[in-house]
Design a protein around this ligand. Structure first.
Ligand code: GAR
Length: 188
């Protein structure tokens, strides 16, 4: 039996692509659809290269929930991976996919999470606070931003001279290494 996973991404989509490539020769994991909230996000180009259909839902349309749930059902989606997706997941999706939605956050939650905390903003906050470590958190998604049960965390050092880009690069390396492995562990 295969598991069909929809990938949600708002921006570049490098994690989404990394996940698809990791499972390219694994028939248990199928990625039938990529969902974004931005029509100009680079993830659409990646989807094209990967030959996976991608769709855009504007914020309001996404938040109303029914259309996206119908589409996910049409694609027979079993689970959802948020890979750099910035909108809050509406009740309708949470109810349709109980315990089947995971997110990656580019910091060590519960620190540096919540509304407005995404991408480089997170790394900026980590740097401004003078933290000597950061990392990634993979967690189940519930009705609050970045607050669902934590599945996995990994750390990296933050050195005094590190720029926001340096921190982002270290965090991305952890994401590329661990996110596919964790997906395989929880749903394999
Ligand atoms: C990733 O670092 C991911 O952890 C982060 O956005 C980046 C997306 O990069 N997610 C959040 O900040 C969610 N709050 P990508 O588009 O290249 O995969």
């Amino acid at each position: 039996m295969s598991l069909k996973i929809a990938l949600f991404a708002s921006g570049s989509g490098s994690n989404a692509e990394n996940i698809v490539r990791y499972f390219a020769n694994n028939q248990h994991f199928i990625f039938p659809l990529i969902v974004s909230n931005k029509s100009d996000a680079f993830v659409h180009q990646r989807a094209k290269n990967l030959e996976i259909p991608s769709v855009t839902f504007a914020k309001q349309q996404f938040e109303s929930g029914s259309e996206i749930v119908a589409l996910l059902h049409a694609y027979k989606v079993d689970a959802i991976v948020l890979a750099g997706f910035l909108l809050k997941i509406p009740e309708a999706i949470l109810h349709a996919f109980p315990s089947k939605i995971v997110n990656i956050h580019p910091a060590l939650l519960p620190k540096y999470g919540g509304k407005g905390m995404y991408g480089d903003r997170v790394h900026q906050a980590v740097k401004a606070a003078g933290e000597n470590e950061s990392g990634i958190t993979i967690h189940y998604v519930n009705e609050q931003y970045d607050a669902g049960n934590i599945i996995f965390q990994a750390k990296c050092a933050v050195n005094e001279g590190d720029t926001v880009d340096d921190i982002a690069a270290k965090v991305h390396d952890l994401e590329y290494k661990y996110f596919p492995e964790v997906i395989q562990t929880i749903w394999g």
